[in-house]
Design a protein around this ligand. Sequence first.
Ligand SMILES: Nc1ncnc2c1ncn2[C@@H]1O[C@H](COP(=O)(O)OP(=O)(O)O)[C@@H](O)[C@H]1O
Ligand SMILES: [Mg+2]
Length: 394
Amino acid sequence: MDPVRNPYQPGAGRRPPELAGRDDVLTAFDVLLQRAELAGGERGRVLYGLRGVGKTVLLNTFRSMALQRLWGTGKLEARPDQSIRRPVAAALHMAVRELAPRHRAPDRVDAFLGVLKAFALRDPKAPKGSSVTAQFGIDVPATRGRADSGDLEVDLTELFADAASVAGDLGVGIALFVDEMQDVPAADVSALCAACHELSQVGGPLIVVGAGLPHLPSVLSASKSYSERLFRYTRIDRLDRDAADQALIAPAEREDVIFKQEALDALYEAADGYPYFVQAYGKVTWDVAAASPVTAADVAVAAPEAEGELAVGFFGSRYERATPAEREYMRAMAAIGDEPVPTSIVAEELGRKPSSLSPARDGLIKKGLIYSSERGLIAFTVPHFGNFLRSQPA
Ligand SMILES: Nc1ncnc2c1ncn2[C@@H]1O[C@H](COP(=O)(O)OP(=O)(O)O)[C@@H](O)[C@H]1O
Ligand SMILES: [Mg+2]
């Protein structure tokens, strides 16, 4: 069928043509926004799950919802070894810029921007002051004595309080979105939690919404024991059968295309409910099919091609980031099976001492290819990764 009209969208963070199966999550976020406006604050949210389940898409949707309620919003994507000071500054700058045109006291906004600039300038790796002006376009002079101590916990606490208060003037809030939150450096996670904790006590409509890999909740609770009460955690998982069908059917219907039941069966079998795979198989199947209705035969022709594309784009691009030792480690994991596995069994499989394998394991965790669950087991962060590895020649 016409590739130009193909509605499916495989790709990291790509807005799907139909956001299927997430009504509960969206409703809960809407409640959060309303409660935060009423009560002047609310607990943050954390979404966690494997790669390709739609966490980033949800964060982006949350952001649109917040914008619709006239909140200020900003987003950052954490990176290992990178302090969040500047990314947080940039995100809050964006958020307050969204609010500024409606604010009736421009001097309040300027005062905040002065504090924000001082906060950003405390980044030890920051180039000289002029470039902060250039980067953020803050032409207000940096203020002294607030959010500029150099201690991230203290500074974030003050910055959050000030940002929340600017939003509070307008009866709205600020939502700060942190994607790949598991990559926030340990010291910064602790500072971020402490700042949220502090804010929750004084009250203030600034909400931190994080998303990350399945071990994110344990990263947060290892950092601060009270983080379990600080955030509400929601696991984002694969779509159930109805939602996966809906993700395919609804966009097709808008193009007057329908699927035979057998085609939907075959697609569910292939994609296993993982949103990324639903989009990937849906896309190739559309291109392959000659006309509506789409048949199981179309899916059978499309599947190897879709797998080929996934092998390069989804799996291969990640596999390539691993060193030879890390690849060997992952192959051993794949050889054992698809369930989370104790590291001692991986060592056994490789005929090595567990301690000699820690660098490979730690490297893979840092690269976000595997994660360690609370029970000390490790697993792939990418669904079907074991399958992919087993199908690759050694
Ligand atoms: N609820 C959904 N229904 C259909 N497709 C979805 C849904 N959520 C995400 N997708 C698709 O899945 C893919 C991965 O989404 P993304 O948000 O990048 O996942 P994650 O951040 O969890 O790795 C994208 O192509 C997106 O369009
Ligand atoms: Mg993502």
